[in-house]
Design a protein around this ligand. Structure first.
Ligand code: IMP
Length: 195
């Protein structure tokens, strides 16, 4: 595949690092800062799909490059799917990971059903149109935060059949099974097949 330049529409360094590690070598990524765009593009939709499309559409419009945006979040069974699309702002508009994790552990105090899943929707928007790629990973919410790897809710998310959280597991292990990996692999296959 010849090198291709895409705009990566995220200001979240944790997401950007994972996406770069997961995409095949022929793909080069420009950042929002390269186009003087704010690091938080508006995401006012009520689904992951709406938000991913909203960010990728704006990125494509402003840069002229094919644009990739990821919208993701955590759905907790005992909380009827919350925080869902509000995952980043669960504890308030500051998008504070520590406060989000503390609020989640508080909401689940005394709750035996810890089942949860991470979901990602990646949108690719370019002159050929709009394409969506989805991924998810099932797991459970730990009783307390453990580990410093990853970002966001990783210290409290134990993927299925693991007693370790994503915060305790090496990045390579997370990248082999995560919601984001599943979505990125679908995107990578799509890009390779259309070359
Ligand atoms: P958004 O996709 O930027 O709206 O935010 C997603 C929210 O989910 C943020 O609070 C992230 O920290 C969290 N999140 C998304 N993916 C992951 C992940 O792989 N690990 C931990 N937290 C995540």
């Amino acid at each position: 595949m010849p090198p291709m330049l895409y705009l990566l529409c995220t200001g979240n360094p944790g997401k950007a690092k994972e996406l770069r590690a997961l995409l095949p070598p022929g793909i080069e990524l420009a950042t929002l800062a390269d186009f003087n765009l704010p690091k938080d593009l508006p995401e006012t939709g009520r689904t992951f799909t709406e938000n991913a499309l909203q960010k990728a559409r704006l990125g494509h419009l402003k840069s002229g490059l094919p644009a990739i945006a990821d919208d993701s979040g955590l759905e907790v069974e005992a909380l009827d799917g919350a925080p869902g699309v509000d995952t980043a702002f669960y504890a308030g508009p500051e998008k504070d990971d520590k406060a989000n994790v503390a609020k989640l552990l508080g909401a689940l105090r005394g709750e035996a059903d810890r089942r949860a899943r991470f979901r990602t929707v990646i949108a690719l928007v370019d002159e050929d149109g709009e394409h969506l790629f989805e991924g998810e990973v099932q797991g459970r919410i730990a009783m307390e935060a453990r580990g410093t790897n990853g970002f966001g809710y990783d210290p409290v998310f134990m993927p299925e059949s693991s007693e370790f959280t994503f915060g305790e597991l090496p990045a390579e292990t997370k990248n082999a099974i995560s919601h984001r990996s599943h979505a990125v692999w679908k995107l990578a296959r799509f890009l390779a097949e259309r070359e």
